[in-house]
Design a protein around this ligand. Sequence first.
Ligand code: MN
Length: 570
Amino acid sequence: MYREKLITKIHRHRFLKEHEEKILQAYDFAEDAHEGQLRHTGEPYIVHPLAVAIQTADWGLDATTVIASLLHDIVEDTSHTLDEVKRLFGDDVAFIVDGVTKIGQRVRYQGNQSQADTLKKMILALSRDIRVVFVKLADRLHNMQTLDAVPIAKQRRIALETNEIYAPLAYRIGMATLSGDLEDLAFPYLHPRENKWLSTAIQEHLAEGEEYLSRVKEVVSKELHHHRIKYQRIDTRAKRISSLYKKLKRVSMDLNQVYDLVAVRIIVPNISSCYAALGVIHSLWPPLPGKIKDYIALPKPNGYRSLHTTVFCLDKKLTEFQIRTEEMHNENEYGLAAYWAYQQSKGSKRYEEGSRVTFARHSELDILNQIKKWQESFVETKEIIESLKIDLFSDRIFVLTPDGEVIDLPEGSTPIDFAYEIHSDVGNTCVGARVNDKLVALDRPLEDGDVIEIVTQKNKLPNKSWLAIVKTSKAKTRIRAALRQAEGEDDKQPITYTITARDRLGLMKDISAVFSQQKTNIVSIVSRPVRGSQFTTVKISAEITNLDKAEKILLKIKSLKNIREVSYKK
Ligand code: MN
Protein backbone atom coordinates (compact mmCIF):
# COMPACT_ATOMS: atom_id res chain seq x y z
CA MET A 1 0.00 0.00 0.00
CA TYR A 2 2.76 2.43 0.96
CA ARG A 3 4.91 1.23 -1.90
CA GLU A 4 2.11 2.01 -4.37
CA LYS A 5 1.87 5.51 -2.99
CA LEU A 6 5.54 6.04 -3.74
CA ILE A 7 5.25 4.55 -7.23
CA THR A 8 2.41 6.92 -8.12
CA LYS A 9 4.39 9.81 -6.78
CA ILE A 10 7.63 9.18 -8.61
CA HIS A 11 5.75 8.53 -11.83
CA ARG A 12 4.26 11.96 -11.58
CA HIS A 13 7.70 13.49 -11.10
CA ARG A 14 9.06 11.75 -14.17
CA PHE A 15 12.32 10.39 -12.87
CA LEU A 16 14.52 8.46 -15.25
CA LYS A 17 13.74 4.76 -15.38
CA GLU A 18 16.97 3.75 -13.69
CA HIS A 19 16.45 6.37 -10.97
CA GLU A 20 12.93 5.14 -10.42
CA GLU A 21 14.25 1.62 -9.90
CA LYS A 22 16.90 2.82 -7.49
CA ILE A 23 14.28 4.75 -5.48
CA LEU A 24 12.14 1.64 -5.16
CA GLN A 25 15.18 -0.41 -4.19
CA ALA A 26 15.86 2.15 -1.43
CA TYR A 27 12.26 1.91 -0.33
CA ASP A 28 12.43 -1.88 -0.05
CA PHE A 29 15.69 -1.67 1.85
CA ALA A 30 14.22 0.88 4.28
CA GLU A 31 10.98 -1.00 4.78
CA ASP A 32 12.92 -4.12 5.56
CA ALA A 33 15.34 -2.30 7.90
CA HIS A 34 12.55 -0.64 9.90
CA GLU A 35 10.48 -3.85 9.96
CA GLY A 36 8.63 -4.19 13.27
CA GLN A 37 9.28 -0.59 14.36
CA LEU A 38 6.30 1.65 15.01
CA ARG A 39 5.91 5.39 15.08
CA HIS A 40 4.29 7.10 18.07
CA THR A 41 1.16 7.25 15.94
CA GLY A 42 1.04 3.46 15.94
CA GLU A 43 1.71 3.26 12.20
CA PRO A 44 4.59 1.22 10.74
CA TYR A 45 7.80 3.23 10.81
CA ILE A 46 8.21 3.26 7.01
CA VAL A 47 5.39 5.84 6.85
CA HIS A 48 7.85 8.46 8.08
CA PRO A 49 10.75 8.00 5.60
CA LEU A 50 8.13 7.67 2.89
CA ALA A 51 6.56 11.02 3.81
CA VAL A 52 9.99 12.65 3.83
CA ALA A 53 10.80 11.18 0.40
CA ILE A 54 7.49 12.35 -1.07
CA GLN A 55 8.14 15.83 0.29
CA THR A 56 11.60 16.12 -1.24
CA ALA A 57 10.23 14.76 -4.54
CA ASP A 58 7.48 17.40 -4.41
CA TRP A 59 10.11 20.08 -3.96
CA GLY A 60 11.43 18.90 -7.30
CA LEU A 61 14.68 17.50 -5.89
CA ASP A 62 16.72 14.75 -7.54
CA ALA A 63 16.68 10.98 -7.10
CA THR A 64 19.73 11.05 -4.80
CA THR A 65 17.84 13.28 -2.36
CA VAL A 66 14.71 11.14 -2.54
CA ILE A 67 16.75 7.98 -1.91
CA ALA A 68 18.57 9.62 1.02
CA SER A 69 15.16 10.67 2.38
CA LEU A 70 14.01 7.05 2.39
CA LEU A 71 17.19 5.99 4.18
CA HIS A 72 17.67 8.96 6.50
CA ASP A 73 16.87 7.10 9.76
CA ILE A 74 18.59 3.82 8.83
CA VAL A 75 21.92 4.47 10.53
CA GLU A 76 20.42 5.99 13.66
CA ASP A 77 17.54 3.60 14.23
CA THR A 78 18.44 0.24 12.69
CA SER A 79 21.32 -2.22 12.75
CA HIS A 80 22.45 -1.20 9.26
CA THR A 81 25.61 0.85 8.85
CA LEU A 82 26.64 3.81 6.78
CA ASP A 83 29.09 1.61 4.89
CA GLU A 84 26.21 -0.57 3.76
CA VAL A 85 24.32 2.49 2.53
CA LYS A 86 27.44 3.64 0.72
CA ARG A 87 27.98 0.27 -0.92
CA LEU A 88 24.37 -0.08 -2.05
CA PHE A 89 23.48 3.51 -2.94
CA GLY A 90 26.72 5.38 -3.45
CA ASP A 91 28.75 8.13 -1.81
CA ASP A 92 26.30 11.00 -2.28
CA VAL A 93 23.40 9.19 -0.66
CA ALA A 94 25.67 8.06 2.19
CA PHE A 95 26.95 11.60 2.69
CA ILE A 96 23.43 13.00 3.00
CA VAL A 97 22.30 10.21 5.34
CA ASP A 98 25.40 10.78 7.48
CA GLY A 99 24.78 14.55 7.64
CA VAL A 100 21.13 14.12 8.62
CA THR A 101 22.12 11.55 11.26
CA LYS A 102 24.76 13.86 12.74
CA ILE A 103 22.37 16.81 12.86
CA GLY A 104 19.89 14.56 14.67
CA GLN A 105 22.52 13.54 17.20
CA ARG A 106 24.18 16.87 17.80
CA VAL A 107 21.54 19.53 17.41
CA ARG A 108 19.70 19.65 20.72
CA TYR A 109 18.21 23.04 21.42
CA GLN A 110 17.93 23.80 25.13
CA GLY A 111 16.36 27.20 24.82
CA ASN A 112 18.88 30.00 24.78
CA GLN A 113 19.42 32.35 21.88
CA SER A 114 23.19 32.18 21.58
CA GLN A 115 22.91 28.44 21.35
CA ALA A 116 20.35 28.79 18.57
CA ASP A 117 22.92 30.59 16.44
CA THR A 118 25.55 27.96 17.11
CA LEU A 119 23.15 25.21 16.16
CA LYS A 120 22.14 26.90 12.92
CA LYS A 121 25.80 27.22 12.03
CA MET A 122 26.44 23.65 13.00
CA ILE A 123 23.69 22.49 10.68
CA LEU A 124 25.39 24.45 7.92
CA ALA A 125 28.75 22.97 8.80
CA LEU A 126 27.27 19.50 8.58
CA SER A 127 25.60 20.31 5.30
CA ARG A 128 28.39 20.74 2.83
CA ASP A 129 25.87 19.29 0.49
CA ILE A 130 22.79 21.52 0.72
CA ARG A 131 20.60 18.46 0.15
CA VAL A 132 21.34 17.48 3.76
CA VAL A 133 19.36 20.55 4.84
CA PHE A 134 16.48 19.77 2.50
CA VAL A 135 16.12 16.23 3.86
CA LYS A 136 16.45 17.43 7.45
CA LEU A 137 13.75 20.07 6.90
CA ALA A 138 11.40 17.55 5.27
CA ASP A 139 12.10 15.22 8.20
CA ARG A 140 11.24 17.95 10.70
CA LEU A 141 8.11 18.94 8.79
CA HIS A 142 6.71 15.42 9.00
CA ASN A 143 7.69 15.07 12.66
CA MET A 144 5.82 18.31 13.39
CA GLN A 145 2.77 17.11 11.49
CA THR A 146 2.66 14.06 13.75
CA LEU A 147 3.82 15.75 16.96
CA ASP A 148 0.47 15.14 18.68
CA ALA A 149 1.33 11.48 19.04
CA VAL A 150 4.65 12.17 20.78
CA PRO A 151 4.76 12.06 24.61
CA ILE A 152 3.75 15.47 25.98
CA ALA A 153 7.03 15.88 27.85
CA LYS A 154 8.90 15.95 24.52
CA GLN A 155 6.42 17.99 22.51
CA ARG A 156 7.39 21.40 23.79
CA ARG A 157 11.10 20.89 23.33
CA ILE A 158 10.66 19.73 19.74
CA ALA A 159 8.24 22.58 18.98
CA LEU A 160 10.65 25.13 20.44
CA GLU A 161 13.58 23.72 18.49
CA THR A 162 11.46 23.87 15.33
CA ASN A 163 10.48 27.46 15.98
CA GLU A 164 13.97 28.68 16.89
CA ILE A 165 16.19 26.63 14.61
CA TYR A 166 14.47 24.99 11.67
CA ALA A 167 11.86 27.62 10.75
CA PRO A 168 14.47 30.43 10.64
CA LEU A 169 16.81 28.17 8.68
CA ALA A 170 14.10 27.43 6.12
CA TYR A 171 13.36 31.13 5.84
CA ARG A 172 17.00 31.90 5.29
CA ILE A 173 17.30 29.56 2.35
CA GLY A 174 14.22 31.16 0.84
CA MET A 175 11.73 28.41 1.67
CA ALA A 176 9.25 30.87 3.12
CA THR A 177 6.17 28.70 2.91
CA LEU A 178 7.90 25.84 4.67
CA SER A 179 9.20 28.25 7.31
CA GLY A 180 5.67 29.52 7.98
CA ASP A 181 4.27 25.98 8.00
CA LEU A 182 6.82 24.95 10.63
CA GLU A 183 5.96 27.97 12.79
CA ASP A 184 2.26 27.31 12.47
CA LEU A 185 2.74 23.68 13.44
CA ALA A 186 4.81 24.66 16.49
CA PHE A 187 2.41 27.39 17.61
CA PRO A 188 -0.24 25.33 19.45
CA TYR A 189 2.47 23.64 21.53
CA LEU A 190 4.22 26.88 22.42
CA HIS A 191 1.12 29.04 22.99
CA PRO A 192 -1.81 26.73 23.72
CA ARG A 193 -4.11 29.41 25.18
CA GLU A 194 -3.51 31.99 22.45
CA ASN A 195 -3.97 29.28 19.87
CA LYS A 196 -7.44 28.47 21.15
CA TRP A 197 -8.48 32.11 21.22
CA LEU A 198 -7.01 32.99 17.83
CA SER A 199 -8.39 29.98 15.99
CA THR A 200 -11.93 30.96 16.98
CA ALA A 201 -11.40 34.65 16.33
CA ILE A 202 -9.92 34.04 12.89
CA GLN A 203 -12.75 31.70 11.98
CA GLU A 204 -15.28 34.44 12.69
CA HIS A 205 -13.35 37.04 10.76
CA LEU A 206 -12.93 34.71 7.82
CA ALA A 207 -16.60 33.83 7.55
CA GLU A 208 -17.31 37.54 7.41
CA GLY A 209 -14.51 38.10 4.93
CA GLU A 210 -15.28 35.46 2.37
CA GLU A 211 -18.23 37.21 0.79
CA TYR A 212 -16.31 40.47 0.88
CA LEU A 213 -13.29 38.95 -0.84
CA SER A 214 -15.29 37.45 -3.66
CA ARG A 215 -16.69 40.93 -4.35
CA VAL A 216 -13.13 42.35 -4.36
CA LYS A 217 -11.96 39.60 -6.70
CA GLU A 218 -14.73 40.36 -9.14
CA VAL A 219 -13.98 44.08 -9.25
CA VAL A 220 -10.26 43.45 -9.71
CA SER A 221 -10.63 40.90 -12.49
CA LYS A 222 -13.07 43.14 -14.38
CA GLU A 223 -10.74 46.10 -14.14
CA LEU A 224 -7.69 44.06 -15.22
CA HIS A 225 -9.64 42.84 -18.26
CA HIS A 226 -10.68 46.35 -19.02
CA HIS A 227 -7.03 47.44 -19.10
CA ARG A 228 -6.04 44.32 -21.05
CA ILE A 229 -3.70 43.16 -18.34
CA LYS A 230 -3.37 39.39 -18.44
CA TYR A 231 -3.30 37.53 -15.15
CA GLN A 232 -2.99 33.87 -14.31
CA ARG A 233 -5.05 33.86 -11.12
CA ILE A 234 -6.26 35.84 -8.14
CA ASP A 235 -5.87 34.05 -4.80
CA THR A 236 -7.08 35.12 -1.43
CA ARG A 237 -5.52 33.78 1.71
CA ALA A 238 -5.88 34.10 5.42
CA LYS A 239 -2.94 35.27 7.45
CA ARG A 240 -1.05 32.48 9.17
CA ILE A 241 -1.75 32.02 12.84
CA SER A 242 1.93 32.37 13.80
CA SER A 243 2.52 35.59 11.88
CA LEU A 244 -0.82 36.99 13.03
CA TYR A 245 0.31 36.38 16.60
CA LYS A 246 3.60 38.20 16.00
CA LYS A 247 1.67 41.15 14.63
CA LEU A 248 -0.89 41.12 17.45
CA LYS A 249 1.84 41.33 20.08
CA ARG A 250 2.78 44.69 18.59
CA VAL A 251 -0.76 46.09 18.88
CA SER A 252 -1.57 44.82 22.40
CA MET A 253 -3.52 41.85 21.07
CA ASP A 254 -6.26 43.98 19.53
CA LEU A 255 -7.55 42.01 16.57
CA ASN A 256 -9.33 45.07 15.14
CA GLN A 257 -5.97 46.72 14.58
CA VAL A 258 -4.78 43.99 12.25
CA TYR A 259 -6.32 44.90 8.93
CA ASP A 260 -4.59 42.45 6.68
CA LEU A 261 -6.12 39.32 8.13
CA VAL A 262 -6.59 38.33 4.54
CA ALA A 263 -4.49 39.19 1.55
CA VAL A 264 -5.30 39.14 -2.14
CA ARG A 265 -2.59 37.72 -4.37
CA ILE A 266 -2.51 38.41 -8.10
CA ILE A 267 -0.27 36.24 -10.29
CA VAL A 268 0.63 37.82 -13.63
CA PRO A 269 2.80 36.64 -16.54
CA ASN A 270 5.67 39.12 -16.39
CA ILE A 271 7.28 41.95 -14.44
CA SER A 272 5.77 44.80 -16.43
CA SER A 273 2.28 43.40 -15.77
CA CYS A 274 3.13 43.45 -12.05
CA TYR A 275 3.52 47.23 -12.16
CA ALA A 276 0.56 47.63 -14.51
CA ALA A 277 -1.66 45.65 -12.14
CA LEU A 278 -0.43 47.75 -9.21
CA GLY A 279 -1.48 50.86 -11.15
CA VAL A 280 -4.93 49.38 -11.70
CA ILE A 281 -5.38 48.63 -7.99
CA HIS A 282 -4.30 52.16 -7.07
CA SER A 283 -6.67 53.68 -9.63
CA LEU A 284 -9.50 51.71 -8.05
CA TRP A 285 -8.71 52.43 -4.41
CA PRO A 286 -6.39 54.88 -2.66
CA PRO A 287 -3.30 53.24 -1.15
CA LEU A 288 -2.34 53.53 2.50
CA PRO A 289 0.78 55.69 2.53
CA GLY A 290 3.95 53.88 3.52
CA LYS A 291 2.54 50.45 2.72
CA ILE A 292 3.57 50.29 -0.93
CA LYS A 293 6.53 47.92 -1.07
CA ASP A 294 8.52 47.19 -4.21
CA TYR A 295 10.32 43.95 -3.42
CA ILE A 296 10.91 43.42 -7.14
CA ALA A 297 13.29 46.34 -7.47
CA LEU A 298 14.59 45.71 -3.95
CA PRO A 299 14.18 42.04 -3.02
CA LYS A 300 14.19 41.03 0.64
CA PRO A 301 17.48 39.63 1.93
CA ASN A 302 16.27 36.05 1.54
CA GLY A 303 15.46 36.68 -2.12
CA TYR A 304 11.72 37.34 -1.73
CA ARG A 305 10.26 39.29 -4.66
CA SER A 306 6.74 40.73 -4.96
CA LEU A 307 4.85 44.03 -5.01
CA HIS A 308 2.81 44.78 -1.90
CA THR A 309 0.24 47.48 -1.28
CA THR A 310 -2.51 48.05 1.25
CA VAL A 311 -5.51 50.04 -0.02
CA PHE A 312 -8.77 51.48 1.33
CA CYS A 313 -10.74 48.88 -0.56
CA LEU A 314 -14.48 48.15 -0.88
CA ASP A 315 -16.48 49.50 2.09
CA LYS A 316 -13.31 51.45 3.00
CA LYS A 317 -11.84 48.21 4.37
CA LEU A 318 -8.05 48.07 4.47
CA THR A 319 -6.94 45.18 2.29
CA GLU A 320 -3.49 43.98 1.29
CA PHE A 321 -2.60 43.07 -2.30
CA GLN A 322 0.45 41.09 -3.38
CA ILE A 323 1.36 41.09 -7.05
CA ARG A 324 3.99 38.80 -8.53
CA THR A 325 4.85 36.46 -11.38
CA GLU A 326 4.64 32.69 -11.19
CA GLU A 327 8.44 32.45 -11.15
CA MET A 328 8.68 34.87 -8.25
CA HIS A 329 5.97 32.91 -6.51
CA ASN A 330 7.91 29.66 -6.89
CA GLU A 331 11.11 31.28 -5.77
CA ASN A 332 9.33 32.67 -2.73
CA GLU A 333 7.88 29.28 -1.91
CA TYR A 334 10.80 26.97 -2.58
CA GLY A 335 13.91 29.16 -2.46
CA LEU A 336 17.15 27.26 -2.72
CA ALA A 337 15.32 23.99 -3.23
CA ALA A 338 13.87 25.37 -6.45
CA TYR A 339 17.28 26.59 -7.51
CA TRP A 340 18.82 23.24 -6.77
CA ALA A 341 16.06 21.39 -8.60
CA TYR A 342 16.57 23.61 -11.60
CA GLN A 343 20.32 23.03 -11.64
CA GLN A 344 19.85 19.28 -11.44
CA SER A 345 17.15 19.06 -14.05
CA LYS A 346 19.13 20.89 -16.70
CA GLY A 347 19.76 18.68 -19.67
CA SER A 348 17.72 15.85 -18.21
CA LYS A 349 14.45 14.40 -19.37
CA ARG A 350 12.63 16.21 -16.58
CA TYR A 351 14.01 19.48 -17.79
CA GLU A 352 13.15 18.93 -21.42
CA GLU A 353 9.63 17.87 -20.66
CA GLY A 354 9.22 20.82 -18.37
CA SER A 355 8.73 19.52 -14.86
CA ARG A 356 6.67 21.25 -12.19
CA VAL A 357 9.64 23.49 -11.57
CA THR A 358 8.92 26.59 -13.59
CA PHE A 359 12.53 27.53 -13.10
CA ALA A 360 13.15 25.68 -16.30
CA ARG A 361 12.05 28.85 -18.02
CA HIS A 362 14.46 30.93 -16.04
CA SER A 363 17.70 31.78 -17.68
CA GLU A 364 20.64 30.55 -15.66
CA LEU A 365 21.97 34.06 -15.53
CA ASP A 366 18.85 35.25 -13.72
CA ILE A 367 19.36 32.66 -11.05
CA LEU A 368 23.03 33.41 -10.68
CA ASN A 369 22.18 37.07 -10.32
CA GLN A 370 19.60 36.21 -7.73
CA ILE A 371 22.11 34.14 -5.79
CA LYS A 372 24.60 36.95 -6.06
CA LYS A 373 22.08 39.38 -4.63
CA TRP A 374 21.51 37.01 -1.76
CA GLN A 375 25.22 36.83 -1.19
CA GLU A 376 25.66 40.56 -1.16
CA SER A 377 22.76 41.30 1.11
CA PHE A 378 22.88 38.46 3.52
CA VAL A 379 25.96 37.13 5.17
CA GLU A 380 24.40 33.97 6.47
CA THR A 381 22.85 33.14 3.15
CA LYS A 382 26.34 33.57 1.80
CA GLU A 383 27.45 30.77 4.08
CA ILE A 384 24.74 28.60 2.66
CA ILE A 385 25.51 29.46 -0.92
CA GLU A 386 29.11 28.75 -0.17
CA SER A 387 28.12 25.35 1.09
CA LEU A 388 26.61 24.71 -2.32
CA LYS A 389 29.97 25.23 -3.93
CA ILE A 390 31.90 23.42 -1.28
CA ASP A 391 31.41 20.12 -3.05
CA LEU A 392 34.34 21.22 -5.14
CA PHE A 393 36.46 21.11 -2.01
CA SER A 394 35.49 17.72 -0.75
CA ASP A 395 38.87 17.46 0.95
CA ARG A 396 37.87 20.11 3.49
CA ILE A 397 36.07 19.69 6.79
CA PHE A 398 34.02 22.21 8.74
CA VAL A 399 34.29 22.41 12.50
CA LEU A 400 33.14 24.89 15.10
CA THR A 401 34.46 26.87 18.02
CA PRO A 402 32.40 26.75 21.25
CA ASP A 403 31.05 30.16 20.18
CA GLY A 404 29.73 28.72 16.96
CA GLU A 405 32.30 30.13 14.60
CA VAL A 406 32.79 27.86 11.61
CA ILE A 407 36.41 27.00 10.82
CA ASP A 408 37.32 25.10 7.70
CA LEU A 409 40.35 22.85 7.64
CA PRO A 410 41.85 20.24 5.34
CA GLU A 411 40.56 16.73 5.85
CA GLY A 412 42.53 14.86 8.51
CA SER A 413 43.27 18.01 10.51
CA THR A 414 43.83 17.61 14.23
CA PRO A 415 42.92 19.73 17.27
CA ILE A 416 46.41 21.25 16.96
CA ASP A 417 45.65 22.53 13.45
CA PHE A 418 42.40 23.95 14.82
CA ALA A 419 44.25 25.66 17.69
CA TYR A 420 46.72 27.35 15.32
CA GLU A 421 43.83 28.38 13.09
CA ILE A 422 42.32 30.23 16.05
CA HIS A 423 45.53 32.00 17.07
CA SER A 424 49.22 31.11 17.18
CA ASP A 425 49.24 31.65 20.97
CA VAL A 426 46.42 29.16 21.35
CA GLY A 427 48.39 26.72 19.22
CA ASN A 428 51.67 27.23 21.06
CA THR A 429 50.17 26.79 24.51
CA CYS A 430 47.77 23.99 23.59
CA VAL A 431 47.88 21.01 25.99
CA GLY A 432 44.61 19.25 25.30
CA ALA A 433 41.34 19.35 23.41
CA ARG A 434 37.72 18.66 24.14
CA VAL A 435 35.81 17.56 21.06
CA ASN A 436 32.03 17.50 21.47
CA ASP A 437 32.62 17.70 25.23
CA LYS A 438 34.96 14.72 25.36
CA LEU A 439 38.70 14.99 25.98
CA VAL A 440 40.57 13.55 23.01
CA ALA A 441 44.17 12.97 21.99
CA LEU A 442 45.74 15.89 20.17
CA ASP A 443 46.41 13.77 17.10
CA ARG A 444 42.82 12.62 16.64
CA PRO A 445 41.55 13.62 13.19
CA LEU A 446 38.59 16.01 13.38
CA GLU A 447 35.27 15.42 11.69
CA ASP A 448 32.68 17.66 10.09
CA GLY A 449 30.56 19.43 12.66
CA ASP A 450 32.85 18.75 15.63
CA VAL A 451 32.74 21.45 18.30
CA ILE A 452 36.25 21.95 19.62
CA GLU A 453 37.50 23.57 22.77
CA ILE A 454 41.25 23.90 23.23
CA VAL A 455 42.81 23.59 26.69
CA THR A 456 45.86 25.81 27.07
CA GLN A 457 48.60 26.28 29.63
CA LYS A 458 50.55 29.48 30.02
CA ASN A 459 54.17 29.64 28.83
CA LYS A 460 54.00 26.22 27.30
CA LEU A 461 55.94 25.47 24.13
CA PRO A 462 54.85 23.43 21.13
CA ASN A 463 56.09 19.88 20.95
CA LYS A 464 58.49 19.02 18.13
CA SER A 465 56.54 15.80 17.42
CA TRP A 466 53.54 17.90 16.40
CA LEU A 467 55.25 18.65 13.11
CA ALA A 468 54.55 15.08 12.04
CA ILE A 469 50.91 15.27 13.09
CA VAL A 470 49.59 18.56 11.78
CA LYS A 471 48.02 18.98 8.34
CA THR A 472 47.95 22.74 7.75
CA SER A 473 51.00 24.62 6.62
CA LYS A 474 49.95 27.42 8.96
CA ALA A 475 50.42 25.14 11.97
CA LYS A 476 53.73 23.84 10.65
CA THR A 477 55.22 27.29 10.11
CA ARG A 478 54.10 28.51 13.50
CA ILE A 479 55.38 25.48 15.36
CA ARG A 480 58.79 25.86 13.69
CA ALA A 481 58.88 29.55 14.46
CA ALA A 482 58.02 28.97 18.11
CA LEU A 483 60.64 26.27 18.45
CA ARG A 484 63.30 28.39 16.75
CA GLN A 485 62.55 31.30 19.01
CA ALA A 486 62.73 29.09 22.09
CA GLU A 487 66.15 27.75 21.08
CA GLY A 488 67.40 31.22 20.29
CA GLU A 489 66.35 32.61 23.60
CA ASP A 490 68.74 30.43 25.61
CA ASP A 491 71.93 32.13 24.41
CA LYS A 492 70.32 35.42 23.65
CA GLN A 493 71.78 38.39 25.46
CA PRO A 494 70.34 41.76 24.76
CA ILE A 495 72.64 44.31 23.18
CA THR A 496 72.38 47.85 24.45
CA TYR A 497 72.81 50.85 22.18
CA THR A 498 73.64 54.28 23.51
CA ILE A 499 72.60 57.02 21.12
CA THR A 500 73.26 60.71 21.55
CA ALA A 501 71.27 62.98 19.29
CA ARG A 502 69.85 66.45 18.99
CA ASP A 503 66.17 65.97 19.81
CA ARG A 504 63.67 66.48 17.03
CA LEU A 505 60.15 65.52 16.14
CA GLY A 506 59.96 61.91 15.01
CA LEU A 507 63.43 60.97 16.21
CA MET A 508 62.24 58.05 18.36
CA LYS A 509 60.02 56.85 15.58
CA ASP A 510 62.90 56.80 13.10
CA ILE A 511 65.14 54.93 15.51
CA SER A 512 62.61 52.25 16.34
CA ALA A 513 61.85 51.88 12.62
CA VAL A 514 65.48 50.79 12.10
CA PHE A 515 64.98 47.96 14.60
CA SER A 516 61.71 46.80 13.07
CA GLN A 517 63.22 46.85 9.58
CA GLN A 518 65.85 44.48 10.90
CA LYS A 519 63.11 42.35 12.48
CA THR A 520 64.58 42.92 15.91
CA ASN A 521 62.58 43.19 19.11
CA ILE A 522 63.30 46.17 21.35
CA VAL A 523 63.32 45.10 24.98
CA SER A 524 63.53 48.53 26.60
CA ILE A 525 64.02 52.21 25.78
CA VAL A 526 65.20 54.86 28.21
CA SER A 527 65.76 58.41 27.05
CA ARG A 528 67.19 61.29 29.04
CA PRO A 529 68.01 64.89 28.06
CA VAL A 530 71.70 65.81 28.44
CA ARG A 531 71.78 68.59 31.00
CA GLY A 532 72.64 72.07 29.70
CA SER A 533 72.45 71.08 26.02
CA GLN A 534 69.98 70.37 23.24
CA PHE A 535 71.07 66.73 23.22
CA THR A 536 69.31 63.63 24.39
CA THR A 537 70.76 60.27 25.31
CA VAL A 538 68.74 57.23 24.36
CA LYS A 539 69.54 53.76 25.67
CA ILE A 540 67.93 50.90 23.76
CA SER A 541 68.35 47.22 24.52
CA ALA A 542 67.35 44.81 21.85
CA GLU A 543 67.30 41.04 21.33
CA ILE A 544 70.23 40.49 18.97
CA THR A 545 72.29 37.31 18.80
CA ASN A 546 74.11 38.10 15.64
CA LEU A 547 76.87 40.70 15.71
CA ASP A 548 76.63 41.39 11.98
CA LYS A 549 73.10 42.50 12.55
CA ALA A 550 74.16 44.65 15.50
CA GLU A 551 76.68 46.41 13.26
CA LYS A 552 74.12 46.95 10.52
CA ILE A 553 71.72 48.57 12.96
CA LEU A 554 74.49 50.82 14.24
CA LEU A 555 75.26 52.08 10.73
CA LYS A 556 71.62 52.66 9.94
CA ILE A 557 71.08 54.72 13.10
CA LYS A 558 74.20 56.72 12.41
CA SER A 559 72.81 57.74 9.03
CA LEU A 560 69.66 59.24 10.59
CA LYS A 561 69.33 63.02 10.86
CA ASN A 562 70.65 64.80 14.01
CA ILE A 563 72.49 61.78 15.37
CA ARG A 564 75.80 62.70 17.03
CA GLU A 565 77.06 59.47 18.45
CA VAL A 566 76.08 55.78 18.52
CA SER A 567 77.68 52.83 20.26
CA TYR A 568 76.61 49.42 21.48
CA LYS A 569 77.81 46.84 23.90
CA LYS A 570 76.94 43.26 24.74
MN1 MN B 1 13.38 11.06 10.70
